[in-house]
Design a protein around this ligand. Structure first.
Ligand SMILES: Cc1cc2nc3c(=O)[nH]c(=O)nc-3n(C[C@H](O)[C@H](O)[C@H](O)COP(=O)(O)O)c2cc1C
Length: 496
């Protein structure tokens, strides 16, 4: 399997390299038999200083592992980078033994909490949560349909964990050692085993990428931001579906002063929300900012309906940035009200943005409804320009306007190590399969095509075969042959 690594994965690999190697199969705990299926994992993680026993020379293989403990294990694997800020969870304690780990994991997108402001610090990690945290650590790679788990284990997982469980199964993290029970606590033995297999996967990936020459994929820069405010998790859930559907970045609008249950009591005419919503001047302060708002051409704004309108903190957000020229798309959740005039009023705070019609979702809306809505929006997103370099030489290319070229653009930046083949072409792996629409053709010098869905081919001669056209180099045959016909080359595709 040739796939690109996330930046996070690379970080983890760096920390792996400085860890001592795994020794023999002596776990050294009195309750871990040396022939147990998890013994090697327990030993390795102990030696790496990643996962400890429970004291008294015991590992407690059948015991549960809390979410805070798992965040700590992943944080150790990442080399415990310095952290700053607040995690925004109401059930974590600043300065606690897990505080830096949970903050790091939440800032890295590895944990998102339950969506109601709670992280679930002391809750046992369920088996599907374990898969999801490891999957996110690895870059949340959604496996294509060519990677199928014959047993369909992922079908037992919750919707939000499906891709992660499938990945864990297909990539060998989730074995048959114990039956998979999605919502049951993972045992400490299972945690050790899966974390250890995850480390082994990273090592395999590092070999594969060294061979294919694929570069890590950029994590953000999609140009779409989903910014949202959510107190009880409904809007956050929709924001998550939206971000997944669009490959967008997310920003959670966190109030400097969190809203308590009493604050949210709309039955109380003196509650904070009632007062704020009736005060035209109210602009509750936000903790943190979007780092690079300039990177985004499209900004989705998600909020709950409060008293028929957007919470005042949305006005704070909108007025904190220059949104001129950006496409802004409001969406909301509510008990029953529609989006009403809430978006129209918010628009007055950023009149120079291009506001699309907003949409209200119920709390129970699923990802299909959100994805369908997002797919039908005219976001005016500009296609990324794609630049091709052969070695150090940039060459002019006319790219095809087809789904395969668009899919290739999404992988930028990409470096592919090509090999000469047949005296007429250079061929190299893209690193993953992309959309293809092969047709029999006779290629010309300069043609760039997709072969078998996952190979880039550039011709300095001609061949007849079934390919998907991607583009054509606009140079003379002599110039193309000089660039491609003298030996293997590396080609770089990047945003122009
Ligand atoms: C202060 C307050 C006022 C609300 N006003 C309305 C309302 O006018 N109409 C409505 O349908 N729901 C109303 N709701 C319900 C929320 O809009 C709904 O529960 C929303 O999905 C919560 O989103 P969240 O979980 O992302 O915070 C209100 C809730 C609160 C706390």
């Amino acid at each position: 399997m040739k796939r690109t690594l996330s930046i996070l994965m690379m970080l983890l690999m760096v920390s792996l390299l400085v860890m001592p190697a795994c020794g023999d199969n002596e776990a050294g705990y009195e309750d871990v038999p040396s022939d147990a299926w998890y013994a090697e994992a327990v030993t390795a993680l102990r030696e790496k200083g990643v996962m400890d026993g429970v004291g008294g020379n015991r590992f407690d293989p059948a015991g549960v592992f809390t979410r805070a403990q798992l965040a700590t294990v992943l944080y150790r694997l990442a080399g415990k980078p310095a952290v700053q800020g607040e995690d925004g969870f109401s059930d974590t304690q600043p300065g606690a033994w897990y505080a830096d780990a949970v903050l790091w994991a939440s800032q890295s997108g590895i944990v998102g909490g339950y969506g109601n402001g709670l992280f679930g610090t002391n809750d046992p990690t369920t088996q599907e949560q374990l898969a999801v945290m490891l999957w996110r650590s690895a870059g949340s790679y959604v496996l294509g349909s060519e990677y199928t788990d014959p047993d369909g284990v992922e079908n037992a997982a919750s919707g939000w964990a499906f891709d992660a469980v499938r990945w864990a199964r297909v990539d060998g993290l989730l074995t048959d050692a114990v039956p998979f029970e999605a919502t049951q606590p993972a045992s400490r033995a299972q945690v050790a085993d899966m974390v250890y297999r995850y480390l082994q996967l990273l090592e395999r990936f590092s070999d594969v990428d060294a061979m294919s020459g694929a570069t890590p994929k950029a994590e953000s820069g999609s140009g779409v931001l989903v910014a949202y405010f959510s107190c009880t998790g409904n809007t956050e859930k929709i924001a998550g579906f939206l971000a997944d559907a669009l490959g967008a970045d997310t920003f959670r609008i966190i109030p400097e002063e969190p809203y308590t249950d009493a604050d949210l009591n709309y039955g109380d005419s003196e509650s904070r929300t009632t007062r704020e919503q009736h005060d035209p001047e109210a602009r509750p302060a936000i903790s943190g900012r979007v780092a690079q708002m300039d990177d985004y051409g499209v900004v989705f704004l998600g909020y709950p309906i409060w008293w028929g309108q957007a919470p005042k903190i949305l006005y704070t957000f909108v007025e904190s940035y220059d949104l001129s020229g950006k496409t802004v798309v409001p969406f909301c959740t509510s008990g029953s009200s529609g989006i009403g005039s809430s978006a129209e009023n918010l628009r007055k705070s950023a009149p120079d943005a291009v506001w699309l019609e907003g949409r209200r979702f119920s709390a129970s809306a699923g990802s299909a409804a959100v994805t369908e809505w997002a797919g039908g929006l005219d976001l005016g997103r500009k296609e990324k320009e794609m630049k091709l370099k052969i070695g150090e030489t940039e060459v002019p290319v006319t790219w095809e306007d087809n789904p395969s070229a668009a899919a290739l653009r999404k992988l930028l930046p990409l470096t592919i190590r090509m090999s000469m083949y047949g005296g007429f072409e250079q061929v190299g792996p893209i690193g993953q399969s992309i959309e293809r629409d092969d047709a029999q053709m006779t290629t010309q010098c300069g043609d760039i095509v997709l072969y078998a869905g996952d190979q880039l081919v550039i011709f300095y001669g001609s061949n007849s075969w079934a390919y998907t056209p991607l583009g054509h180099i606009e140079l003379s045959p002599q110039e193309i042959t000089a660039l491609l016909g003298g030996g293997d080359v590396a080609v770089t595709l990047s945003e122009g």
